[in-house]
Design a protein around this ligand. Sequence first.
Ligand SMILES: [Zn+2]
Length: 316
Amino acid sequence: MSEVGKAQEPWQWDEATWRAKIARVRAGRSLKPVRWKGSARCAVALSFDADHETAELRYGGQSVGKLSQGQFGGRVGSPRVLRLLERYNVPATFFMPGVSALIHPDEPKAVVDSGHELGIHSWIHEFNSTLPFEAERELAFRARDTLAKLSGKEPVGMRTASWDFSDHTLKIIREMGLRYDSSLMADTEPYELLEDGQPTGIVEVPVEWIRDDAVYFNMDRASATRPYTSPDAVFDIFRREFEMAYQEKGLFVLTMHPHVIGQRSRIWILEELIRFARSLDGVWFATHADIARYCAAEADLGTTMPPPSVSGVRRS
Ligand SMILES: [Zn+2]
């Protein structure tokens, strides 16, 4: 077999090759504001990924048991979370797959009518990076249109399923005219996304697996190992993440799932976090869209940004 056209091993790459790989999507300038809205010291953005049944449908939907666990998310988890948020008058963002929204058609409207934000979270929790460009694009638009129709409000932000990002995801986000993404992890503070080294005007509201309830609580019945973290330990991790955000006058983003945090033995974690944050001065509870809009305005970001050219989309 000739060497020509043969894929190189990473250790064979020249500098231009590995530099181009990291430059595809990268953190640009920090959008951490000097002060948060209302002169707040710290911002808290709570999010709930309402995957529900799509967590199993994405794998083929074979397990009735797992589908029932997903149904719990829409039937019990989300209403319980919404009641708690209402009790403390805290706004949040719900990221919902299009199929979840169609299975639970009252949830998108309940979320928006309660003053929360509804964001795009894939069509059926598909892995973006496994899809051809046309399919990824079509599913993203279909998901957005479905959420807009059911909620009466056009989404302005996206969180990809499993925070999976393809070479095309950012181009699709730009083509959709979204304000922000919340799927990447280059910082704890908001930042501007660069595409191939160029500013995009898109705000990243960054996530981390450390601040995700599913990491600590998901149980796979078929797995030989069943890692388990006690709710007290999870609360301790989240509280420490928040405390340091407060010290640094920064942003605390937390990802939860209604079918995970919405359980009786866990919902208190959320309640205690809210109470703790409320006990301190200068904490701004905001949706992801609020954060993105505020940071963009403070940084005078993207106001003159031209729309991306679709013909520039890389096909791999
Ligand atoms: Zn999800």
